[in-house]
Write a protein that binds this ligand. Structure first.
Ligand code: CA2
Length: 142
């Protein structure tokens, strides 16, 4: 089983600022957590981060037919990107949307998600723990 885990803009800065919102773990810590969970289930993960919308779109396109599930924390692109929505729509595999914080309890501009209509589940507000939970969901449903 192969799972693509995508992280959007500024998530490479995790652990350096705003720990009260996003926690103290770095993206590297989250990747380690994901690798541990994936290995328990003999799953293979491709963990990536980009600050560029087009690069994320390309990675989603390249994964067509090669992955059994996609986990995405699109960062701020969650609330703006029709391009990510359109790219994800090409996939028939399960898509799980993850957020460290709960965007719906924050500023109004974070309330709209272009990812949610395509997501089998949205996991939010539980910090880094949302990622292994998303892996478990994909493993169980595939
Ligand atoms: O809660 C989440 O996971 C978000 O996807 C994080 C995004 C935000 O735009 C979404 O509304 C919710 C922002 C990630 C920025 O991460 C930073 C980490 C450290 C310092 C500054 C930004």
């Amino acid at each position: 089983m192969k799972i693509l885990i995508l992280n959007g803009p500024n998530l490479n800065m995790l652990g350096q600022r705003e720990p009260e919102i996003y926690g103290t773990q770095t993206l590297g810590d989250i990747e380690t957590l994901c690798r541990e969970t994936a290995s328990i289930h003999h799953a293979d993960i491709d963990f990536r981060q980009s600050n560029h919308e087009g690069e994320l779109v390309t990675w989603i396109q390249e994964a067509l037919g090669h992955v059994d599930g996609i986990i995405i924390n699109a960062g701020a692109y969650t609330h703006t990107s029709v391009a990510l929505h359109d790219a994800l729509k090409l996939h028939a595999c399960p898509i799980i949307e993850v957020h460290l914080s709960d965007p719906e309890t924050r500023e109004e501009f974070r309330h709209l998600s272009y990812i949610s209509p395509l997501a089998q589940e949205v996991i939010k507000g539980i910090g880094a723990a949302g990622y292994p939970q998303a892996i478990e969901i994909i493993v169980k449903t595939s």
